[in-house]
Design a protein. Sequence first.
Length: 335
Amino acid sequence: MRNRTRGVVGLAVGAVVTAAVAAGAGAVVSNGDGTDQKQPSPTAAAAGKTTPGDIDGDGYADLGVGAPDGTVSGKSKAGYVGVTYGSKAGVDTGRHGTLSQASPGIPGTPEASDHFGSAVVRGDVDGDGYGDLIIAANYEAIGSAKRAGSVTVVFGSKDGLSSDAIAFHAPKATAYALFGDRIAVGDYNHDGRDDIAISDGTEVQVVNGAANLRDTATPKMSSVTPPGGGAGTEHLSSGDINGDGFADLVTVAYQDDPADEGTLGVLPGSSTGLKSTALGKDVPLPFASYRAVVGDINGDGKDDVVTDTGFTDGPDDARLRTYPGTAGGSTPTIR
């Protein structure tokens, strides 16, 4: 079996935030893993627009970058997140800071090899108009379960990231499940608050956004199984693939028998949240290590899926593949 590696689609913006994570290694850019769907912040609403990823509500998008190999309080690879705020002139390198489990209000304590910041995404999960950061520590031990993983939500405010945060793990902490290794946000039930989809080994746990989420230490989760899964989840993204107004969850799952094969699938959103039956036809993948990003490429009002792969064994590996969104799902088209 070949080693699985992360793809590179959508990571080009990482060079912009060097100042925020100069001391960290293995930077992970907060890209939202799909369309940020949130209510307007007071400032943005006054300006007549909504800005995705706007943590402080000033109308400019902000950026978070994980440094999961960074040292915190003398603990190697405890990990932290660098946050840089946007401005009229672009990224404001004079206004940035770091966030870790040693920061005020953040649950937990820095421990060696926790990898806090292994995944970082943005979404307004409580619907107050301020973007929140959702941060994974995929190697964190839960009790005796090594590398079970945990997720921390840090809530935004008019002053930027607040000291309000919650941290949680899978309903059943399992060793080496790497809970949070892949995260996506999207308003799957179209209630005006972003929901969180979190990889949990072979399943995906979904936390619904709620106005009182910051007061909920252990949020309720529901599980869905990615189409074609069996061994684990490679990637998660969100977008409205069929154009019905509900965010859908795009999944890349892999199986070890046959070795390294995988499946690209879409679980549709609805008024009751994500459905367990896939939208359209699943797309078989000849091997693993695919990454999927979502966006409306052709301007038809439906999000499309673009995949790449980390493998370069042959000419067909080093290709981007596009799957246009349709009312019935995603139609395979290689370009």
